[in-house]
Design a protein around this ligand. Structure first.
Ligand code: IMP
Length: 187
């Protein structure tokens, strides 16, 4: 029998998974983040940069919530080649398609766990001399993140559990789930 809170409604949800954020709650928060960014960046035409593939769903929603002129670009980065454990290795698979020099850049990140990925990306992008660089993370894990740079915008702080859905995967599955679902850690 599935525990209370388990995602029993749909067959494509992970076995033993527990919904920790419903789609409606995510939508409301993303909308508020969009309003905040719109106020903060009025007149600055920011460039929203997201990290594939985890950030695509968040970017797609956030960009429609940002109600000022802006552009978007993507980077493809690999951090978790397999399973649920961080490899600690960040690989740039595809770089940005535009120069960010003198641009107001906002990194749109799906989730900050150790902060290693973000730290690496931030340093790399700062070396390209943007006018400013901030970070908007949908999710921040509660664990101590010594490696993480400060986050300017945060959607939700969540427990230190492995989560899937809303763009996040486990071995490339579950990115399409509208809710955020915690799954049992695999060994
Ligand atoms: P960090 O470098 O440990 O902060 O990990 C950041 C990246 O690892 C994120 O952008 C995700 O792609 C992936 N990641 C971290 N935690 C999770 C999780 O709970 N579910 C799915 N992917 C995760």
């Amino acid at each position: 029998m599935k525990p209370a809170g388990a995602a029993a409604l749909r067959a494509d949800y992970p076995e033993g998974g527990e919904v920790i954020l419903r789609a409606e709650a995510i939508a409301a928060r993303v909308s508020a983040l969009g309003e905040e960014i719109s106020r903060d960046y009025a007149g600055r035409d920011p460039l929203l940069v997201t990290i594939m593939k985890g950030g695509i769903v968040f970017l797609a929603d956030l960009m429609r919530a940002v109600q000022i002129p802006h552009q978007v670009d993507i980077m493809v980065v690999s951090t978790y080649p397999q399973g649920t454990r961080s490899s600690g290795v960040v690989r740039i698979l595809t770089d940005l398609s535009v120069s960010i020099e003198k641009r107001h850049v906002i990194i749109v990140e799906d989730i900050v766990d150790t902060g290693l990925t973000l730290n690496y990306l931030r340093e790399m992008l700062l070396a390209r001399r943007p006018a400013s660089l901030t970070i908007c993370a949908l999710l921040e894990k509660e664990r101590h993140r010594a490696a993480s740079p400060p986050l300017d915008y945060v959607g939700f702080r969540i427990p230190d559990r492995f989560v899937v859905g809303y763009g996040l995967d486990a071995d490339e599955f579950y990115r399409h789930l509208p809710d955020l679902v915690a799954i049992p850690e695999r060994t």
